[in-house]
Structures are given as structure tokens and as C-alpha cells.
Design a binder for this molecule. Structure first.
Ligand code: GAP
Length: 439
């Protein structure tokens, strides 16, 4: 008899992430730092799997996409041209009593949410993190840690176009860190000051932009569904006119129902020709595309699907989380899609005080390790070992028992159904690969 509960609260997720080595508070031994998180052994695997799946699906499996990896530090004029110096701001209010600061849209009735004190009038606060290049800290050496990866792709448009010989429509993809001096980082890894983005700048002929915008919205929604997010916990939301970023003609967000409510997972914007035109004007360089059909130089329009790796990881964690009561015992299980699971299989000896079982289990683990991330564990009873793997979402567990020495077969236990099958050692690798969808 299995009773199931799916939706977890944030406290449960944060505590599981810490306990099982997914995510830790940055600099925790010094009391932590706001808006920065560290990924531990399983968290980093989850994140890599998300990024690899994204890269494979949007770059390797498409003929109209190429990749890039541009610098976090860029010429400061980039941020003037892009409009970020002028417009990348949030309205900020100060509490006159406790001096805390809040985003104006996150407080109600001009009252401090912490102490009830009176708040100042909103003033604009630029979210870019400043830094200085070289030994002298003056205006001439001032630049910014990029607040989005996008600009690296716009300023490289002519070089990438020439090197790749692509024709419109085509896109550039990039994964990388971005930084924002968020006034109120919150909700665990949802809103942080340092995060990773997975961005596409897809260049199209003007006039075809609206159609491509709709295609990318569907494409990106389907991507989250393909890797297991629940349909009912995903929705599309179109931005109102006054919500649009300074570069956008239209934006639709893919929102996920996190434990703290519906919130943006990815934004898909129609950036028009804004960025290429701005960089042409500010740099004096030609960022046009020669359209053979009309024999004219044009500025392509840009559709930009821009997602956060950390937000995707959080959504996949929340969605995977299940609590069950199995035969009156509590079981916590992360039902990750096999592609995203940090560890694909774990191998145990049933009895850790039997050297022949331990040696054989270690051999099987090393052989499997050539084909997938595998964990060997003999530090607890079999029941506990299964529970540990359930909590990190390992799809399959392989157990070597006394009978294995006779019949050269092991037990494979399925994470979701908990069904067990007996498989000859020689067939374990292929059986696992098949179960992981790589057969
Ligand atoms: N280039 C467009 C752009 O940066 P955005 O909506 O500001 O657009 C895109 O950011 C994605 O980056 C968001 O959908 C979100 O997933 C992620 N993101 C933005 N700010 C973030 C933050 N402070 N912490 C974590 N992720 C963030």
C-alpha cells in the first residue's frame, strides 16, 4: 500500500538539499552571504545534466544553432549601448526606522514589512555589480559583471556569422554566469546575486519575428515537459506593456508553481533589432546582415529564450520531490527524469562483512562507471542504502548478495516502483542503459 504526497514546502526542499549535498549556503562557516549558494556533489551533477540536456537539444540537435562562450567582463560601453546603465534598475525604498531596504513592488501601503516603520519615496537603484579593472579604482577603470550573457552574443554577431556561414534564421546559444545586485535575494536559489543563464539569441528576418516568437515559446515549454515537469505546474504568462524590459516588443514567461507561488522560470522575448542597432551606433561597426533575397543590408530581429539554470534546477527538485508511506514507513524519493538524475546507479554488497561480496560489488561498480555516474556504498544496512539513493533520485540500485556468488546474478531495484528483478552480471550494464533510456 503506497500513499503519496507530492507538493513540498520550501523548508523541506532546503533541508533535503543541505542534508543530501545538493546545495549549501555560500560561506556558511562565516555566517553565510546573501544571494549566493554553493552546489555540492549531487547539486553540481544535477546542474550539469540540465545544462548538457539544454546544450544537446538546442545546439547539437539543430542545424540552425551554434554555441559561444563569451567573457563575463566586457567593455563598459557595451552596457551603455545595451541600455543597462540607464534602465536596468529596480525601484528601492528605505525604512526610516530600521534602515532596511526593499524593492518597492514587494512592500504594501508604504509600511516596512520588518518593523512597521515609515518608508522613503522609491528611488531607482541600478542592479549591475560594479568592478574595477587594473590597479587604479577610478571612473576610467570602472566596468560591470555582466547582468545577462546576451550582450556577448550580440557584439560577436558579425564574427560568428562569418565563421559559421549561417543564413537567417539562425541562433547563438550560451550558458554562463550572470550577476545582479538584487535588493532582496530570496526564496533559496530562486533570486540570487550570482546565477547561471542558458540563453539563445535567435536572429530572424524582420516580419517573421512574431511567428518565431510563438514557435520558441512552444519549443521551450515542451523542453521543460520533456524532462518531467508537471504540466499543471507550468503556465505561460504574457507581459503587460508596462512590465516589458526596455529592449522588448513582447515577452512571455514560462512560469512554474513553486512552493512560494507562480514565478518565472524562463522569459522568451522579442528583442526586435534593438541590440544590433544600438551596438552599431555605439561602436561604429557594421552589425547588419546581407540579405541575398532583397540584396540589402538588414538588421535581423532577435527572439531570445532566456532561462536560469538555478531556477530550472530548483523547479526540477521541487517537482521530483515525493513523500510516500510504504507499509507504514515514510519514504522520500526524488523522481528525477533519468537524464537529470545526479547518479544513475548505486551498487551495494548485501553484507559488508563478506569480503567476496564487497570485492564483486566494487568490480561491478568500476565496470559500470565507464558508462554512467555510479556510486558504491556499503556504509549502512540495505534498507538505509536504498533510502539514501531514493533521496538523491538514483534510478536504479544493484545489490550483490550471497546467491550472486553461485548464480552470477544481481538484483536491480527500480527507484519509482521499488520492483526488483534478477539480472545476470553480464547483462547489468545493458539493462541499466535501457532503463535510463540510452539502450
Ligand atoms: N537576457 C534576458 C534576461 O536576462 P531576465 O528575465 O532578466 O532576462 C532571464 O533573466 C532568466 O534568468 C530568468 O528567467 C531567470 O530564470 C534567470 N534569472 C534572472 N535573474 C535571476 C536571479 N536574480 N537569480 C536567479 N536567476 C535569475
Amino acid at each position: 500500500m503506497v500513499e503519496e504526497k507530492t507538493a513540498a514546502d520550501m523548508e523541506t526542499i532546503v533541508s533535503l538539499c543541505k542534508r543530501r549535498g545538493f546545495i549549501f549556503q555560500s560561506s556558511e562557516i562565516y555566517g553565510g552571504i546573501g544571494g549566493s549558494w554553493d552546489y555540492g556533489p549531487f547539486g553540481v551533477e544535477l546542474k550539469r545534466n540540465i545544462k548538457n540536456a539544454w546544450w544537446r537539444d538546442v545546439v547539437h540537435r539543430r542545424d540552425d544553432m551554434v554555441g559561444s562562450d563569451t567573457g563575463i567582463l566586457m567593455h563598459p560601453r557595451v552596457w551603455e549601448a545595451s541600455g543597462h546603465v540607464e534602465s536596468f534598475t529596480d525601484p528601492l525604498v528605505d525604512c526610516k526606522s530600521c534602515r532596511r531596504r526593499f524593492r518597492a513592488d514587494q512592500v504594501q501601503d508604504s509600511v516596512c514589512p520588518e518593523c512597521g516603520g515609515e518608508l522613503t519615496e522609491p528611488r531607482l537603484f541600478n542592479l549591475m555589480l560594479k568592478t574595477f579593472l587594473g590597479p587604479v579604482e577610478d571612473d576610467a577603470s570602472l566596468t560591470y559583471l555582466r547582468p545577462e550573457t546576451a550582450q556577448g552574443m550580440f557584439v560577436n554577431f558579425p564574427s560568428i556569422l562569418e565563421a559559421s556561414r549561417k543564413k537567417l534564421p539562425f541562433g547563438i546559444a550560451q550558458i554562463g554566469k550572470a550577476f545582479r545586485n538584487e535588493i532582496t535575494p530570496r526564496n533559496f536559489t530562486f533570486r540570487t546575486r550570482e546565477f547561471e543563464q542558458m540563453e539563445i539569441e535567435y536572429f530572424v528576418k524582420p516580419g517573421t519575428d512574431e511567428e518565431w516568437h510563438q514557435r520558441w515559446i512552444q519549443e521551450r515549454l515542451n523542453w521543460y515537459l520533456r524532462y518531467g515537469l508537471t504540466r499543471e505546474r507550468l503556465r505561460l504568462r504574457q507581459h503587460e506593456g508596462d512590465e516589458l524590459a526596455h529592449y522588448s516588443k513582447a515577452t512571455s514567461d514560462i512560469e512554474y508553481l513553486f512552493p512560494f507561488g507562480w514565478a518565472e522560470l524562463e522569459g522568451i522575448s522579442n528583442r526586435t533589432d534593438y541590440d544590433l542597432r544600438q551596438h552599431s551606433a555605439y561602436s561604429g561597426k557594421d552589425l547588419t546582415y546581407f540579405d541575398e533575397e532583397s540584396s540589402t543590408h538588414i538588421y535581423p530581429y532577435v527572439i531570445e529564450p532566456s532561462g536560469g539554470v538555478d531556477r530550472a534546477a530548483l523547479a526540477f527538485l521541487v517537482d521530483a520531490y515525493h513523500e510516500e508511506r510504504v507499509l507504514k514507513r515514510q519514504r522520500t524519493v526524488l523522481r528525477f527524469h533519468p537524464e537529470l538524475a545526479p547518479v544513475k546507479a548505486a551498487v551495494f554488497p548485501l553484507l559488508r562483512n563478506r569480503p567476496e561480496l564487497v570485492a564483486l560489488a566494487k568490480d561491478i561498480a568500476s565496470e559500470l562507471r565507464m558508462h554512467m555516474p555510479v556510486l558504491y556504498d556499503d556504509t549502512a544496512s540495505i534498507g538505509r542504502l536504498y533510502r539514501r539513493q531514493d533521496e538523491i533520485g538514483t534510478p536504479c540500485c544493484v545489490t550483490v548478495d550471497v546467491e550472486t556468488l553461485e548464480d552470477r546474478a544481481v538484483t536491480i531495484r527500480d527507484r519509482d516502483s521499488m520492483d526488483q528483478i534478477r539480472v545476470p552480471i553480464a547483462e547489468v550494464k545493458d539493462t541499466l542503459l535501457e532503463r535510463l533510456g540510452r539502450g
